[in-house]
Design a protein around this ligand. Sequence first.
Ligand code: PLP
Length: 498
Amino acid sequence: MESLPISEWLLSELKQSRFPSRMPAHRRVYESIRRAIVSHQLTPGTRLPSTRSLSEALKLSRNTLLAAFEQLHDEGYVVSLTGSGTRVAETFPEEFTETKNIKDTKKTDLAKGATGLSVRGIAAAGLSDQPSYEVQPFAPGEDDFSAFPTQLWRRLLNRQWRAPQPAHLDYGHTGGYLPLRSAIANYLRMSRAVNLTVEQVLITSGTQQSIDLCARLLTDNGDLVWVENPCYWGARRVLEVNGLKLHPVPVDEEGISPGINDFRSPPRLIYTTPSHQYPKGVVMSYGRRRLLLDYAESKGAWILEDDYDSEFRFEGHPLSSLQGMDQNGRVLYLGTFSKVMYPGIKLGYLVVPPELTESFKRGLYQLQRPGQVVIQAALAEFIDEGHFASHIRRLRQIYGERRRLLQEALAPVTKVGASLPVAGSGLHLMVGLPSSCDDVRIAELAAEQGLRVYPLSSYGIGDKREKGLIIGYAYSATERIAPYGRILAEVIQAALSY
Ligand SMILES: Cc1ncc(COP(=O)(O)O)c(C=O)c1O
C-alpha cells in the first residue's frame, strides 16, 4: 500500500463486488479499512487521510466517512490525536489472534501473495495460542482422562462394530442418531431444565461447529454479533471468520452487562455463557437473563447459549438454562461432550427453536455431511445405561476436590490485592488481579516455574482489558494441586509485591 495512496486504494476496494449490495457506504469504508488493519496492509502508526480529503477523493459525504472513522475508533482500530490526525492503533482488537510470524512477514505478502491466504484465512489460521503438545499443570481446557472408563467404552464400541448397520456407516442426514438425540433430550430436560422435544436436538461435532452452523444459517456477512468481553476465543474466531462484526459487551458480577450504547447497536446474534461465564466464571443473574431474553425478543435477535461445563457445579442447586426461561423461541442451546467424555470424541449438540428445526437439519447435512453414527450409537447406550450420569458424579467429586485444594493453596494472594471467586463450578477459576499489573508477564513468570496459566487480558477485546489469571484444575493429579498451587501463589505474591 505504500506505493499506492490510501485514498486510491480505498476507491478500488469499495468498487469490489464482495460487499453485499445492501451494505451502506460507511460500513464498506469501515470494513475495508478494518480488514487492511487486521491483515497488516495498514501497519500500526500509519496516518489515515482526513475525512475531508477522503470525502473528495471517494465522492462520498463527509458524514459517511465520519461514521466509518467513528466506528473504527470506538472499536480500537484507530486512535485520534490532537494535531496528528487519525492513525492506526498500536494494538488493535485482533492483535492477540494474529501469530507473531504473520506480523513479521512483509505486509504486502499477507493479503494474498506469499501466504496464499485470504484475509478470512489469516483470521482463521492466526492462532492465539499455538498448539502445545506438552500440556503443563493448570492449563485451562485440559482434562484428566485417567478417570475415563476406557474398558467400558471399548465394550460399547465393539458391540456396535460387531454387526454394524449399513446406515451407521453412511453420512447421517437426520440431524443425528435418533436414540442419542432422545437420550440428550431426556438429560437436558432433567438436568438443565431445557424445554424441548427430541426433534429440536441436532448432533454436531462440538460447540465450535454448532456456532459455525448458527452463524452461517442465521447471519449475513457484516451482521452484528454481541459477544461477552472477555470472550471465549474459540467462539470469537468462528464468528469473525464468518464475516460478523463483533460488538463486545462488558461482563460484571451478574454476567453480560449491556449499557445504553450497546442497546443502540441491536445484534443479529448474542453469544453468551450464562451458567459459567468463560473465562471470568460468573453466573448470569436472573435479572440479566430476563433482560437479555426480552431484548432479544424485541429486536428479533438470536441468543446462542454456550453451556459448555455446567455438569461441574460443586455447590448449591443446579442452575437452570437460559433456554428454559425463554417463552419466545429466541435461544439456541449449545452443549458438548468434550468435557465429560473427551475432546477427541468430537460430538456436541445444538437445541434449536421448533421453527428452525427443519432448516437446521438440512443446513447441517448440506454444509457438513455429519457422520460418526457408530460412535453416536455407543454414546446413546453409554447414557441410557446410566454410565454417563455416574461418570459425571465421579468427575464432579474429583474436580470439586481439586478446586477446593487450589482455592486453599491460592488463599494468600488475597493479601496482595488479588481476588478469588466465591462460588465454585466448572473446570477453571479466575484470580482477579489489580488493573495496574501486567498479567501477561505474571503468566510468563508462572511458565518459568512449569505452570501454564492464561492472562485474562488475552481474552479481552479493545483497550480496556481486565487483568487476571485463568487457571485450569482439571488436568493435574489431585495430590499435585496443592504444591503447584503454592508455587503459583508465590509467583503472584512476588509479582504484586513490587
Ligand atoms: C466456552 C467454551 N465453549 C465450548 C467449549 C468446547 O467446545 P467444543 O465442543 O468445540 O470442544 C470450550 C472448550 O474449552 C469452551 O471453553
